[in-house]
Design a protein around this ligand. Structure first.
Ligand code: DGJ
Length: 365
């Protein structure tokens, strides 16, 4: 393909050509800012759900124009390997660990041929931001460790929970949910981890935030000093309220989260939440999308067709945040779109309006 003309604006959900003229292939992505450069990591999709190539990375200095930097983490051919071609790799995120000088990637991993039952987290490291990343290991978070906000009743119910070992759940809200102690079921093996993000706090501590307990409950777990595993401090948030697609950011000393409901590839209503401490309590503030349905598009009650994946702080513009959503096209995943909109802070909460075309000047000088 021919290289594309440079862009000077965002065109939400329009095809987004890279420097070669190819639609960017980095779905469920996240962005690392390092030494003046933005790196966009995401799922390289072919037509189906499975990882046939790996995690793709692009770089940019202006956020509009992206250079294809290739495959940051490639799937492998070895049968039985965690990231064997045909596994599922979703929502990769990369953060930098200053003490080790390593870039650390985490992603939701499902093992080849096992559907979505494994619910593991994969970890890879690199000496340079665009990779190549070296696969380290996969894990289930915090085996044998109760959350900081566990209750005596939950600990007492451990034997009941263990009776559920090996059982699967049907993955949506259900009146019998309260009888199903997934926390106890997965206590010894480690908790399930599906849709995920990473967040680095001002003090350098990093957190892994993921949909757990069959997607019914979100967990926030602090990472070890080198960011390659957990350090054992974790909490549950929004018990049995079914959050997916978490994206965390910090503003004016408070922690904010964009997330979604749980409807597979279909769009649903976005959710905004806030907390004074990362450990909670978290408070839901409702749908941040405010403007009416744009012509020919899904409306604010369906996030204009998108599902959150990352909230990007704009470098050098304190308080400026871009909400990044995917528009999934499961019939041809590689054509999925990127719907980026500016977050606006007003009346003590963030809101989102649909914009056909916009640029960074919306955030002021
Ligand atoms: C919704 C999640 O947010 C996506 O990342 C993906 O896992 C789909 N579910 C699969 O149905």
């Amino acid at each position: 393909m021919n290289s594309a003309a440079p862009r000077s604006c965002f065109l939400p959900d329009e095809p987004w050509p890279d420097d070669q003229g190819n639609h960017i292939n980095a779905h469920g992505g996240g962005i690392l800012h390092h030494a003046g450069v933005y790196y966009w990591f995401g799922e390289h999709k072919e037509d189906g759900d499975t990882a046939e190539v790996g995690v793709h990375v692009y770089s940019s200095t202006d956020l509009y124009n992206w250079t294809d930097r290739g495959i940051a983490l490639a799937v492998v051919e070895t049968p039985g390997h965690d990231i064997e071609r045909g596994c599922i790799i979703e929502r990769p995120k990369v953060i930098f660990n200053p003490p080790t000088g390593k870039f650390v990637m985490w992603f939701h991993l499902e093992l080849k041929g096992h559907g979505r039952k494994a619910a593991r987290s994969g970890v890879a490291v690199s000496d340079s931001p665009a990779g190549p990343f070296r696969y380290l290991h996969s894990l289930r978070p915090n085996p044998g460790v109760w959350p900081l906000n566990v209750t005596p009743a939950q600990i007492a119910a451990l034997p009941e929970g263990q009776k559920l070992v090996g059982t699967a759940f049907w993955g949506s809200p259900h009146p019998d949910r309260a009888k199903m102690n997934f926390l106890g079921r997965d206590f010894h093996s480690g908790q399930m981890a599906k849709d995920m993000t990473l967040f680095v706090d001002d003090d350098g501590a990093a957190y892994h935030v993921y949909s757990s307990e069959e997607n019914s409950t979100l967990h926030l777990a602090r990472l070890s000093a080198d960011f390659t595993t957990h350090d054992g401090a974790w909490t549950r948030a929004f018990p049995y309220l079914w959050h997916e697609a978490p994206a965390l950011f910090k503003h004016a000393g408070r922690y904010w989260m964009l997330s979604s409901h749980c409807t597979g590839w279909n769009p649903n209503t976005a959710r905004l939440s806030v907390a004074d401490s990362i450990w909670g309590p978290w408070r839901e503030l409702g749908n941040p999308c405010t403007s009416p349905a744009p012509a020919g598009r899904l409306g604010p009650e369906l996030t204009f067709g998108g599902q959150s994946t990352h909230v990007l702080p704009v470098h050098g513009k304190p308080g400026a945040f871009i909400a990044m959503f995917d528009t999934w096209r499961p019939e041809a995943h590689r054509t999925g779109g990127y719907l980026w909109l500016p977050l606006r802070f007003e009346n003590d909460r963030f809101t989102l309006e649909w914009l056909e075309r916009w640029d960074l000047s919306v955030f002021g000088a």
